[in-house]
Design a protein around this ligand. Structure first.
Ligand code: SF4
Length: 60
């Protein structure tokens, strides 16, 4: 299965990914989104790849 990652150098910590899919993403105290889980039961994570304003989310 493709691996979900967040590019820490690119992420601006806007929180959109966490709002949309808190099962997978969490913005930690370092101000960057971290991947908590590689799958989500309630949403399609690949949609978020396009929604991240700085294209920091990668699946592959
Ligand atoms: S949507 Fe993108 S920029 Fe915003 S917190 Fe998530 S990974 Fe970072």
């Amino acid at each position: 299965m493709a691996k979900i990652t967040v590019d820490a150098d690119t992420c601006v910590g806007c929180g959109l990914c966490e709002q949309t899919c808190p099962e997978v993403f969490k913005v930690e105290s370092d101000g960057i989104a971290h991947v908590k889980s590689q799958s989500c039961s309630s949403c399609n994570v690949s949609d978020l790849v396009d929604q991240c304003p700085v294209s920091a989310i990668k699946i592959g």
